[in-house]
Design a binder for this molecule. Structure first.
Ligand SMILES: O=c1ccn([C@@H]2O[C@H](COP(=O)(O)O)[C@@H](O)[C@H]2O)c(=O)[nH]1
Length: 233
């Protein structure tokens, strides 16, 4: 069976836990995601540990955001680990995004538009007036024009972003919660089925899977619900 288009966020406090989660979920999902907590604690070794023998696709979610020269250097430093996807913040601007794209020709650079944890009040407070969709669309176009091959946005904005950037850009949505699951610190959320129906290519799901008693079973259940939905819808 083809693994589901899910990136499991391995936000674990230690390497052993992350490697165990990766081992349990990789039969069911296409991708595992390494974020700041794990990478800052363990560095490059974490990639081999979570990739394991399965060779699952690794998404390195470092959300780089600095001047272009610094981001180019940081991107070169991690490109040798061959992550399939690496994130930068779209708000870093076109020159920064282009620097990342040129520094890692074998890795998809994904630009984060508007963090899924931000509420309308938060957006206003950081000077982004108007709906999240407006900012996400604007940042998406800027990032794609600068060479980004993928974008990160919430399931609420993904249809509008797709309409702006067309079918060839990979759209990645965190902020995904199965019906009834706790929303936690996320703000703009939807179910896995809704996120896919809205046009997402890859769903980022962390705690609803890794916080389950059996993360492998939780990943398998979401994957099979998505398959059922796709065959009915
Ligand atoms: O806008 C964004 C960008 C990245 N993330 C990351 O996705 C996961 C979500 O984990 P959950 O446990 O499913 O909430 C996490 O690693 C974030 O750093 C995001 O949530 N929103």
């Amino acid at each position: 069976m083809t693994p589901a288009p899910i990136a499991v966020a391995l936000d674990a406090p230690d390497l052993e836990t992350a490697a165990r989660w990766a081992h349990l979920v990789t039969p069911h999902v296409s991708t595992v995601k390494v974020g700041l907590e794990l990478y800052l604690r363990y560095g490059p070794d974490v990639i081999a540990s979570v990739r394991g023998a399965s060779g699952v696709q690794v998404f390195l979610d470092l959300k780089l955001h600095d001047i272009p020269n610094t981001v180019a250097g940081a991107t070169r430093a991690v490109a040798r680990l061959k992550p399939a996807i690496l994130t930068v913040h779209a708000a870093g601007g076109p020159a920064m995004i282009r620097a990342a794209v040129e520094a890692a020709p074998q890795t998809k650079i994904a630009a984060v538009t508007v963090l899924t944890s931000l509420t309308p009040g938060d957006l206003e407070a950081v000077g982004l007036r108007g709906p999240a969709t407006d900012a996400a669309r604007r940042l998406a176009v800027l990032a794609v024009e600068a060479g980004a091959q993928a974008l990160v946005c919430s399931p609420h904005e993904v249809a509008a972003v797709r309409a702006e950037v067309g079918p060839d850009v990979t759209l990645i949505t965190p902020g995904v919660r199965p019906a009834g699951a706790a929303v936690q610190d996320q703000a703009r959320v939807a179910t896995p089925e809704q996120a896919l129906a809205n046009g997402a290519d890859l769903l980022v799901i962390g705690r609803p899977i890794t916080g389950a008693a059996d993360p492998g079973a939780a990943a398998a259940a979401i994957a099979s619900a998505l398959r059922r939905h796709a065959s009915i819808g």
